[in-house]
Design a protein around this ligand. Structure first.
Ligand code: SF4
Ligand SMILES: [Zn+2]
Length: 366
């Protein structure tokens, strides 16, 4: 079994039992990687505060999430490998960026407006991406419109955001908050920080926004997780409605991305699923949260991964593609009437689940 190294700063945070279980589960996975290649890169379109933009999404390989090395989140199957020296060196990170630029040049007609960089960890954690690399990456993309970088809230500060805004780039920090409810985040997800830390990061982004002047924006994009393990379908819906509303009310947070949990291999969710103790959320639940929070003071979007499959968010199998399409329409238009145009006989089953499922009898259906 892999052991967290002594410098893993997260020791003592989170629930020791969760961490121990997750370390054992993750240790079943063999992983290796090339530090000169990004984990993934793709082109897409995204809804931003300035409208729909072409986007280049980069998953940088920075050696994996440090929290995952300690055990980490109950639903997350990202690689938890440690690397020699604990991080990927500057030159290798810049090689990864070059691979991404080559991919874009080959597959897009024009450079993307929006660049999104995820690391399966924290781009703003200098043990993952040093200040030199962060500034070089900001220089590389200085001619684009907008950047999104992923980080846990502890590492967000106005100076780091300033490395991007000084080039005139609108800058968002994507934070995997998962839920605004501290108890659910700690006990169901096994994340160590509090909503107050998220509010602190939003305040840093708001300060960076003020410092950047009127033409350049800085803000926070909150990522929420619908239905972590141990919540019933109705508890998950309630948790998301209140979380979207609480996030949208925080100054500095302009977008909420609310995403249904899927069953990833080598996770606690996978073990529960295998023992009939977990069902991913219904797509009807996603639609309900989006419809009920449509007037929140933020863009609210959802991108259900693996929709329609047993391990992803799903309905009955007949209507999954139609509901997914309505969700994607909502993402671009923010108009809840898109959901009035889809219906299916399985809505009755879903309503029954909402009414009857209790923690001790879940999941009520597959
Ligand atoms: S969800 Fe994020 S913080 Fe949690 S283990 Fe995965 S990469 Fe790390
Ligand atoms: Zn159906």
């Amino acid at each position: 079994m892999s052991k967290p190294s002594p410098e893993v700063y997260e020791q003592g945070k989170g629930m020791d039992a969760h961490n121990q279980a997750m370390r054992e589960i993750r240790s079943r996975k063999e992983a290796s990687y090339d530090p000169h290649e990004p984990t993934r890169v793709w082109l897409d379109e995204d809804n931003t505060p300035d409208g729909v933009k072409t986007s280049l999404t980069i998953i940088l390989n920075t050696g994996g999430c440090r929290w995952a090395r300690a055990g980490g989140c109950t639903m997350c199957g990202y690689v938890a490998e440690s690397v020699d020296g604990g991080s990927v060196p500057h030159d290798a990170l810049m090689d990864q960026i070059d691979v991404c630029l080559a991919h874009e040049a080959e597959n897009a007609d024009a450079p993307a407006d929006l660049i999104k960089i995820y690391t399966s960890g924290s781009f703003l954690d200098e043990r993952e991406v040093g200040a030199e690399s962060r500034r070089a990456i900001a220089d590389t993309f200085a001619d684009r419109d907008r950047m999104v970088v992923e980080s846990l809230p502890d590492f967000v500060d106005r100076e780091k955001i300033g490395d991007f805004t000084q080039h005139g780039l609108d800058t968002d920090v994507a934070i995997g908050l998962e839920t605004a409810t501290d108890r659910v985040r700690h006990d169901c997800v096994n994340k160590y920080f509090d909503f107050a830390d998220f509010e602190g990061a939003c305040a840093e982004a708001a300060a960076a926004d003020a410092a950047a002047g009127g033409d350049v924006e800085a803000g926070i994009k909150a990522y929420l997780l619908m239905k972590p393990p141990f919540l019933t379908e109705s508890e998950a819906v309630e948790d998301m409605i209140s979380s979207v509303e609480r996030c949208a009310a925080v100054d500095g947070c302009h977008t909420v991305s609310m995403n249904p949990c899927n069953v990833q291999r080598y996770t606690m969710v996978d073990d529960l699923y295998f023992e009939d103790g977990y069902r991913p959320p219904w797509l009807w639940s996603v639609a309900q949260v989006l419809a009920e929070t449509a007037d929140a003071d933020a863009i609210v979007v959802s991108d259900p991964v693996g929709h329609g499959s047993d391990r992803g968010p799903h309905n009955c199998g007949e209507c999954d593609d139609r509901v997914q399409k309505a969700i994607k329409d909502f993402d671009l238009r923010q108009d809840p009437s898109v959901f009035e145009q889809v219906s299916c006989a399985c809505e009755l089953t879903w309503e029954t689940v909402l009414e009857r499922e209790r923690s001790f009898n879940q999941p009520l259906t597959r």
